[in-house]
Design a protein around this ligand. Structure first.
Ligand code: XMP
Length: 520
């Protein structure tokens, strides 16, 4: 799996660490292309001239579980610098004649590393101090260093916290320089990339824009392309990129499921059709969706019904356009990495995600996925390069099944109306208080319970509104956002006083895991 363009890169061999994507992002933030390949998929031929450095990631395995990981030692024979992180550090030491000690105790969290010797890897890392704070997450550790290696820094628990080979460009760190808790960790990565691998900057959103436009033109020629536009960041950037590349050969289909945020359909048409002059087909399918969802309360059934109907409607309109050859999708790099095809890993299914993935086989369409090598923050920067407004680019994610999964129980017109209002007031308040951008995602949900309240001396018996606001890096894990009491008070008052149908507001204080971000 690799880009057609032969960009010089740092290749990250993934051994299953939850931070592997972060390593790739840190390298790219430095303006250098990086790619991730699973240890199960890496082949010797992947180590071609464009690979200027190799990072061996961390992972849950131990170096003695030979049957659980495969790593061709021949990869180390090339004259390419290697940086081992945590588990990667341990295999690098073991393969060079060192020893790794299995330990029952896990060192998890902050630790201090103390400088012992100079190294290119730690240039300006310690910044005239003797120690630095780093973030550890391991149980095993290197207990005997290869004869050809030397210690660069030690921690209280790991004698060999930073090491390097005296004869080859091999470096190992027991901690995680890619996580923000490691003080100055970015400097270590930057030293490896620029001082040791000597790679030049080749990755910026401006270069990306021009290159991706050329790539799309080359791929689709004069053929017609359709694109499902949701108004979210990814599909908006894909649509605008194709709009710039092929103009009116692009047909965007926007389906109003009736489960969108308040006024969403008006804003999407306004932005994409009127302002950006795209070929936009607006489909109002509110009634169709509501009919199919009548009396359905099972979350998975809701998701399936919505996904299938979406595909059906999309297919119907695509046929009307005639002679369509391509379908453009906003697949991102994390989707690719997390899919079985790249990592070989299998995760248990928690929710059936709604997307248009079923379409290509059914309609015999080829896929155009121009963002498939980009991370979300890179897509946002690209969007700005493409003249999309900051408002579109920095929107919170919104799920395909929309308000249906924020309304446990059956879906009715009345509930949708109430929920749209509650969500509108909540998001507006976040924007008015300038906290919208501090939050990764926020929404209101309507719970299928009624509770008793008192308003103007009268008894009320109405719905319960749940507010959820989380901070996150990528949606895989999340923590709830801590609002000030005054904000919670004012939003609760606003919702209860302005919306008929809600008389109580609660705030969701669970993180993910064990919860998920959406309710269903
Ligand atoms: P969960 O609820 O799984 O959500 O913690 C993680 C992120 O994914 C979004 N989400 C979806 N996005 N189609 C989408 O495009 C879906 O079916 C879907 N379900 C959840 C969710 O909003 C959050 O950002």
């Amino acid at each position: 799996m690799s880009l057609d363009r032969n960009l010089n890169k740092i290749l990250i061999i993934d051994f299953g660490s939850q931070f592997t994507q972060l390593i790739a992002r840190r390298v790219r933030e430095l303006g250098v292309f990086s790619e991730i390949v699973s240890h199960k998929k890496i082949k010797l031929k992947d180590i071609n001239n464009s690979v200027k450095g190799i990072v061996l990631s961390g992972g849950p395995l131990n170096v003695y579980q030979n049957n659980k990981f495969s790593f061709d030692k021949k990869i180390l024979r090339f004259d390419i610098p290697v940086l081992g992180i945590c588990f990667g550090h341990q295999i690098l030491s073991k393969l060079n004649g060192g020893r790794v000690k299995q330990s029952k105790h896990r060192e998890f969290g902050l630790a201090k590393v103390y400088k012992k010797n100079n190294s290119l890897l730690t240039s300006n890392f310690f910044r005239n101090k003797k120690s630095k704070q780093v973030w550890m997450s391991h149980s095993d550790q290197v207990s005997k260093l290869p004869k050809t290696f030397k210690v660069v820094a030690s921690s209280t628990n790991s004698k060999f916290a930073i090491v390097e080979s005296k004869i080859k460009k091999y470096y190992g760190v027991q901690f995680h320089p890619e996580v923000t808790h490691t003080e100055n960790g970015k400097k270590l990565i930057s030293n490896f990339v620029f001082l040791i691998c000597k790679i030049k900057k080749n990755w910026s959103s401006k270069d990306q824009k021009n290159q991706l436009i050329t790539d799309v033109r080359k791929q689709v020629g004069t053929n017609k392309v359709i694109c499902a536009l949701s108004g979210g960041v990814d599909s908006s950037v894909v649509a605008q990129l194709l709009n710039k590349a092929i103009g009116k050969k692009l047909y965007c289909i926007f389906v109003n499921t009736g489960l969108l945020r308040k006024n969403e359909e008006v804003q999407v048409v306004q932005t994409f059709k009127k302002r950006l002059k795209m070929n936009l087909i607006y489909v109002n399918a509110e009634k169709e969706f509501l009919k199919k969802l009548k009396n359905v309360s099972d979350p998975e059934k809701k998701r399936k019904i919505i996904g299938n109907l979406f595909i059906k409607i999309f297919d119907r309109y695509a046929k009307k356009i005639k002679n369509v050859k391509f379908l453009a999708q906003g697949t991102l790099y994390p989707d690719l990495i997390e899919s079985k095809s790249v990592t070989g890993s299998q995760t248990s299914k928690i929710k059936s995600h709604h997307n248009v993935g079923g379409l290509p086989q059914k309609m015999n369409l080829q896929l155009v996925e121009p963002l498939k090598f980009l991370f979300k923050d890179e897509v946002r920067k690209l969007g700005l390069e493409l003249n999309l407004s900051r408002e579109i680019i920095s929107r919170h994610p919104f799920p395909g099944p929309g308000l249906a999964i924020r309304m446990p129980g059956i879906i009715t017109n009345e509930k949708i109306k109430i929920l749209k209002e509650a969500d509108y007031y909540f998001i507006k308040a976040l924007k008015d208080h300038a906290i919208y951008h501090k939050i990764w995602q926020a929404y209101a949900a309507l719970l299928p319970v009624k509770t008793v309240g008192v308003m103007g001396d009268n008894r009320t018996y109405e719905y319960l509104c749940l507010l959820r606001a989380i901070t996150s890096e990528d949606g895989m894990t999340a923590d709830f956002y801590e609002f000030k009491k005054s904000f919670m008070q004012s939003i609760s008052n606003k919702i209860v006083n302005s919306i008929r149908g809600i008389n109580r507001v609660v705030y969701d204080v669970t993180s993910k895991p064990p919860s998920t971000i959406e309710l269903e």
